[in-house]
Design a protein around this ligand. Structure first.
Ligand SMILES: Nc1nc2c(c(=O)[nH]1)N[C@H]1C(S)=C(S)[C@@H](COP(=O)(O)O)O[C@H]1N2
Ligand SMILES: [Mo]
Length: 326
């Protein structure tokens, strides 16, 4: 099989921290097949962009330089601009308008953040954020991100494999799934005052998915701490699954025996499954998943099985009917 994940450093573009919106991005989005929500039309009336000035993260390792066989950690496709990654967001706790998430979350305070790791583990523990981030050195992971709405990005995350945390707390034999929870605080997350979803946002993975080396806890993008709109201070990234699995602003990680509730599968069970593996052959009931709009490009790209990570994760689903377990 052709591996789309081979890294070639030269193709990767440099980050930029100040921007003017480029008209072609808008044109590209407007040209996208109408998976369309009314949000697309708001691109005609863009909101002013801010800059990202979160702190730089020191000592970021580039995995495949040191880890033999770490294929897939950094894809070779051009990275989406920092501007687009930080001004075209899904984060319902702040706004249902992708371009308003950044301004609506700009003052989100994360001082004193804690993450409770609990449930079926030998060593349950409440981590202060700094202690959590000390578990493993930060790594650059350049992953494709495919939203279930048929748009995609290439994002240079900073993070480390969730397995490092799980190894530390030691899952017990009965632990089969990992459940994640976002902060619940309507005073800090004003979207939680509206009933768009049932709060707090929750997500889950099978334990073997959670232990896969591609699954990361991300604390940064483009070498900087995550800005609020991307899930500060810590969020999940599972690159072979639709973006909604990547739960933001996590406060709880719980090892459990049974498949946990997940926000979107509860909201619309026929549209969003528990697995949510990127799959061009299984359409959303209201639109095709065969192609995607890469933000910043014009035209459509074919969507890749498991988002291009089939060589790395395909074996996790041997024997599973991907149409039923979608
Ligand atoms: N807590 C929380 N996490 C969330 C969401 C959300 O609304 N709330 N949206 C999800 C969806 S649908 C996507 S596509 C990604 C978007 O991540 P990004 O804005 O950093 O690109 O976050 C996911 N994580
Ligand atoms: Mo999404």
């Amino acid at each position: 099989m052709k591996d789309p994940n081979n890294t070639s450093e030269e193709k990767v573009t440099a980050p930029a921290f100040y921007f003017n919106r480029r008209a072609f991005i808008r044109a590209g989005i407007l040209a996208a097949s109408a998976v369309a929500t009314g949000e697309i039309y708001r691109h005609l009336n863009p909101v002013a962009k801010g800059k990202v000035n979160t702190s730089m993260i020191a000592g970021i390792a580039k995995p495949e330089a040191t880890t033999p066989g770490a294929v897939g950690f950094r894809v070779s496709e051009p990275r989406t601009s920092l501007e687009d990654i930080t001004h075209y967001n899904n984060f319902q706790e702040f706004s249902s308008d992708k371009e308003r998430v950044a301004p609506a979350s700009a003052n989100f305070q994360t001082q004193g953040w804690q993450v409770s790791v609990e449930g079926l583990v030998k060593n349950p523990r409440v981590f202060a954020l700094d202690d959590l981030l000390k578990i493993s050195p930060p790594e650059e992971r350049i992953y494709r991100m495919r939203c279930v709405e048929a748009w995609s990005m290439v994002i240079p995350w900073v993070g480390f494999s969730l397995s490092k945390l799980l190894d530390l707390v030691q899952p017990l034999g009965g632990a089969k799934f990992v459940a994640f929870e976002t902060l619940m605080d309507p005073t800090r997350m004003p979207g939680q005052r509206r009933d768009v979803l049932s709060w707090p946002y929750v997500e889950g993975l099978r334990l073997d998915e959670a232990l896969h080396p591609l699954t990361i806890l991300a604390s940064g993008i483009y070498g900087r701490a995550l800005p609020p709109q991307d899930g500060a201070p810590i969020r999940l990234v599972v690159p072979w699954k639709y973006g909604f699995k990547g739960i933001k602003s996590i406060v709880k990680i719980k090892l459990v025996a049974a498949q946990p509730r997940t926000t979107w599968s509860e909201y619309a069970p026929h549209e969003y499954g528990f697995y949510a593996n990127v799959n061009p052959h299984v359409d959303h009931p209201r639109w095709s998943q065969a192609t995607e709009q890469r933000i910043g490009e014009s035209g459509q790209r074919p969507t890749l099985m498991f988002n291009g990570y089939e060589a790395q994760v395909g074996q996790l689903y041997a024997g599973l009917d991907l149409r039923k377990s979608f």
